[in-house]
Write a new protein. Structure first.
Length: 526
């Protein structure tokens, strides 16, 4: 299959006599809808550290604190003029504008002898991305302007905030069209949404809308379509995220990047790799990482002791980090806490072939990410990582059905939870393990940890204040052993105090309020 990259340029549409070339030209219009999510010019989006920032806004991760654009999200102390808020609003709307243009332009092919059936997959792809854009916006910001046509004047850009109901109606319409009209294989392009992708996101939209009965129906349908088209759980959990195993059968939708390509690469890899690593050990991860993503002790202890996903997701003290392969021995002062919280230090000497164990001193939280990292060796520039960003996978889809069932009190939810658990060899959950809803929510956290999903879950559950409000989530893996310190942000998280309602939303960017005459107030708390 051809790998899909998203740097197409939106040009004025020109008819080309050769129909194949014409279709490719129109495909470029559709590809342009992806650009704001992944392009290098798109600030805090997926090219850079969107997942890292979103995880840092939850109890799953902290972040290296060197700049207001990271400190504000981490502390939930946004200003409406923050760079992150501007980017997370601006770029989805750019994607919507590109989608609207493609949706309006592609039907022109009918005048050139094409059938509706031939052009529908292209329209469906643009509508899928538009639905994806609005599901993101409505979850994070609540009521937002609903724009479904190309705007042609500055006056038209002043649009009022639409109701939640109206936004979801459009989202459901777009995903329904995508489900019916996308192809089974993405038209031969890796990274293109398929019929199964459209069906899965339709189920997700119903779940986010809290229409659990329709979410159940849609999820069952999506699972049937996906499995019939070769999707399924990958037996090796870690292999789902391996740069050498991309486009695997688990991934229903992902943003695609290319390793060692100045135009199509991502900096996410180097940003997740370990920073505070002795120079003599950096060869194990292929070079020096930037260390922005810092998993929390709270996430670490959320995993059951025998859950192998913990070891696939985070590196913790004593975990195997890799093999030492330098010719000269390296002597290193290691440190750890014992069960009595006594700090133990000792001298370790590594020689060629020795196994190197992870040291808590390599991270401000004592932990580092393992999921969604790649070895930096061989990169001509550390910014040229090629790891694709997973957005929806089969484990997520099974848990969407499980959640829809649990919210209706249907114990069949456990069947779908246990399918996900069985993949990693864990025993099945039963009703004696807790409420159905709590079981599903826990499973979502550990299954999808550090994939940028936790923020969306907490916000749609209205759980942000409940989870973070008290400021008692453990940041460091050894929080219980460390003395409280007001100066150490990596030991003591801050609570949430500025939000007058439990329904916490992100602030509408100040530039939108300043320029849009139809929006005169912000979300509560700003």
């Amino acid at each position: 299959m051809t790998k899909l990259y998203y740097r197409a340029t939106v040009l004025s549409f020109t008819f080309i006599k050769n129909k194949v070339v014409m279709l490719i030209t129109l495909k470029q219009l559709v590809i342009a809808t992806y650009q704001p999510w992944v392009a290098q010019w798109a600030g805090n989006m997926h090219y850079k550290e969107m997942i890292i920032l979103m995880d840092a806004m939850t109890d799953d991760s902290d972040i290296r604190l060197n700049g207001a654009d990271r400190i504000q999200p981490r502390n939930w102390d946004f200003l409406p003029n923050s760079t992150v808020m501007a980017d997370w609003w601006r770029y989805p709307y750019q994607s919507i504008n590109a989608a609207n243009y493609a949706i309006e332009t592609i039907p022109s092919l009918l005048e050139q002898g094409y059938s509706q059936e031939a052009i529908n997959p292209l329209i469906a792809e643009a509508r899928f991305i538009r639905g994806y854009d609005y599901l993101y916006l409505v979850t994070l910001y609540g009521e937002v302007p609903l724009i479904t046509k190309t705007l042609s004047s500055f006056e038209e850009f002043s649009q009022p905030r639409a109701s939640i109901q109206a936004i979801y109606e459009q989202i459901l319409s777009d995903f329904s069209f995508a489900k019916e009209n996308l192809t089974d294989d993405g038209g031969g392009y890796e990274g293109t949404p398929t019929k199964a992708t459209g069906a899965a996101f339709l189920a997700k939209a119903y779940l986010y809308k809290r229409d659990f009965q329709q979410a159940e129906i849609a999820a069952r349908d999506a699972i049937q379509i996906a499995e019939a088209n070769g999707y399924g759980l990958v037996d090796d959990f870690a292999a789902i995220f391996d740069v050498d195993n991309e486009a695997n059968k688990e991934l229903l939708f992902y943003f695609s990047f290319a390793r060692n390509d100045a135009n199509y690469s991502t900096t996410m890899s180097v940003e997740r790799n370990i920073r505070d690593l002795p120079g003599e050990l950096q060869h194990i991860q292929g070079g020096e990482g930037w260390g922005y993503a810092l998993p929390t002790g709270d996430l670490y202890y959320a995993f059951e002791e025998d859950d192998p996903r913990r070891g696939y997701t985070v590196l913790a003290p004593g975990d195997v980090f890799g093999l030492y392969n330098r010719t000269e021995p390296f002597t290193y002062n290691r440190a750890d806490y014992n069960e009595e919280c006594d700090l133990i230090t000792w001298v370790e000497t590594y020689e060629a072939g020795d196994t190197v164990l992870y040291d808590m001193q390599w991270s401000r939280t004592g932990l580092s990410p393992k999921k969604l990292t790649e070895n930096l060796a061989g990169l001509t520039d550390v910014r040229y990582g090629g790891l694709d960003v997973p957005i929806m996978r089969m484990g997520d889809l099974y848990l969407i059905l499980a959640e829809a069932l649990a919210e209706q009190g249907n114990s069949e939810a456990l069947l779908w939870v246990n399918k996900v658990r069985a993949r990693v060899g864990l025993p099945g959950k039963t009703t004696i393990d807790g409420s159905l809803i709590d079981i599903v929510r826990h499973e979502r956290r550990v299954e999808l940890a550090l994939e940028g999903q936790r923020l969306f879950d907490l916000m749609r559950w209205n759980n942000v204040k409940q989870v973070l409000g008290g400021g008692d989530a453990k940041l460091h893996v050894y929080s219980d052993c460390l003395e409280p310190s007001s100066s150490n942000r990596f030991i003591n998280p801050t609570g949430l105090s500025k939000y007058p309602t439990d329904n916490v939303l992100l602030p509408i960017p100040q530039f939108e309020i300043d320029q849009n005459s139809e929006i005169n107030s912000n979300n509560p708390g700003y």
